[in-house]
Ligand binder design. Structure first.
Ligand code: HEM
Length: 446
């Protein structure tokens, strides 16, 4: 499932041909936009692909969808072996130095004011649950910090212990905070969670190293930007020897709980969260490692956390009609299914085998094709807004088994209609240790 290294474009395979057909069905067919696109094919997020510029890599599943080149300036990082930032305007990519790209990027970043976000209390008791699974709805604001640990020795164990103490000091009340371990946090002597590894590069990803991976994730969520900022500042002050690798801030607009599920509105205007479990028991069941799973004993009660920083081409998305958007998603904006089934019930796709009502490549149909076996994961995502042309989803999910949860769903999503509006630029695989301190002793005393 990892993508192949960038290189000259090759002839379309039958699968690519099929994808091109799907793209035409979902808006690529619209004449004026295609005519203006000229000879460049491009991803909706600005990645032109030209045979003379094979170093210019974009999502392989999207390059056959021609869209009008935009006036916007795009910067992205091409992964090894190229290892360089690429700058593009109106379909003309240029190679630039890292310093130049950072200077332009810094100038482009603006602060998004977030206001009028309704805050709602959780619908079920939350006191016993670990911070990352507390309540039906996640707290509506977040700061996520990814740290690199010192390369060896007592320094690593010291930062780990200090981070655990700093998180424990701020968690509670209006704040839910937790830490999660990246694969680099565990020494080779430690019995590690079976699936914990560096997040692979999946097809279509263009991972920016400045937004990816890390040894330690510190996740602070809270009821307002002010409380989150204060708590995160306090936490960071307690970690003077920290090395922050990346940081992202997020919000959950219109955060609320309905019928036991935490809902919010994503940057594509759709309600997020209907497919999540509605009870604390189900959340625990899907998201928590149990004995008998072949995991080390210190990891039982913990969760695998996946973060994907997904840029969304909101500009292009907004040019599609609401009906087109709903066919790409597979639900109405308010969560109702396309066949009219209420949002709180499961749709039965078996009665629509050819995808006349819900297209076969619709997001929810690919994500959860069988209503009897919902994907074993709990999604708790946030929106981010770093600049006008850099906004999207901090997709975040928890599961007891990474392969059966996130990876199985992502495999099914390959080739979905939504792919041409999305670009994953960061994130990582992490493991949230169980409550208590036994894990800390297991990791730092071995
Ligand atoms: C690219 C950005 C994404 C957007 C805009 C998006 C949006 C949505 C929306 C609107 C829904 C329907 C409401 C809901 O159940 O929450 C949904 C459902 C779902 N999505 Fe995504 N999603 C994205 C990425 C992902 C990714 C990366 C995964 C996992 C690999 C994923 C997995 C799921 C699952 C499992 C469901 C629930 C399906 C069900 O049980 O009915 N999504 N998504």
């Amino acid at each position: 499932m990892t993508s192949s290294p960038p290189g000259p474009r090759k002839e379309a395979t039958s699968e690519e041909g099929a994808q091109a057909g799907r793209h035409r069905r979902h808006g690529g067919r619209r004449g004026p936009r295609n005519r203006r696109a000229g000879r460049f094919t491009r991803h909706a997020l600005g990645g032109p692909v030209h045979p003379a510029r094979p170093w210019c890599r974009t999502a392989s599943s999207c390059v056959r969808h021609p869209l009008r080149p935009s006036r916007a300036l795009f910067i992205w990082w091409t992964p090894p072996p190229q290892r360089r930032f690429v700058l593009a305007t109106r379909g003309h990519p240029m190679r630039v130095t890292r310093r130049g790209a950072l200077a332009v990027g810094a100038g482009a970043v603006g602060l998004a004011g977030v206001s009028a976000i309704a805050l709602h209390r959780d619908s079920f008791e939350t006191t016993d649950a670990p911070a990352h699974l507390r309540g039906a709805a996640p707290m509506p604001f977040t700061q996520i910090h990814s740290l690199d640990l010192p390369t060896r020795g007592e320094g690593r164990a010291g930062v780990l212990r200090a981070a655990h103490r700093a998180i424990a000091a701020i968690d509670g009340g209006d704040i839910s905070a937790w830490l999660a371990l990246g694969e680099g946090a565990l020494s080779s002597r430690v019995d590690r969670p079976r699936h914990l590894r560096k997040m692979p590069l999946f097809a279509g990803d263009v991972l920016d190293p400045a937004l990816s991976h890390g040894d330690l994730l510190l996740h602070v969520t809270g009821s307002s930007t002010r409380t989150v900022r204060q708590a995160a500042d306090q936490m960071l002050r307690a970690l003077p020897q920290r090395q922050v690798r990346w940081r992202v801030d997020g919000t959950r607009p219109e955060s609320r709980v309905e019928e036991g599920r935490g809902l919010s509105r994503n940057p594509f205007h759709f309600t997020e969260g209907h497919g999540n479990p509605a009870t604390a028991a189900e959340i625990t069941e899907r998201a928590t490692v149990r004995t008998g799973q072949g995991e080390p004993s210190w990891a039982v009660g913990g969760s695998y956390q996946v973060i994907r920083i997904i840029r969304l081409a909101t500009d292009f998305w907004d040019r599609d009609t609401e009906e087109e958007q709903e066919r790409i998603t597979g639900r109405r904006r308010n969560g109702r299914w396309l066949d009219g089934t209420p949002s709180t019930e499961r749709a039965v796709f078996a009665t629509d085998p050819h995808g006349k009502i819900t297209p076969l490549d619709a997001h929810v149909r690919r994500a959860a094709p069988d209503p009897r076996t919902p994907p074993p994961m709990v999604r708790r995502s946030y929106n981010y807004h770093r600049a006008a042309d850099d906004q999207g989803l901090i997709f975040s999910c928890f599961q007891s088994d990474l392969e059966k949860g996130f990876e199985a769903v992502l495999r099914r999503l390959q080739g979905e209609a939504m792919a041409k509006y999305t670009l994953t630029t960061g994130g990582g695989y992490f493991f949230v240790p169980p409550p208590g301190e036994a894990w800390l002793s297991a990791l730092t005393e071995s």
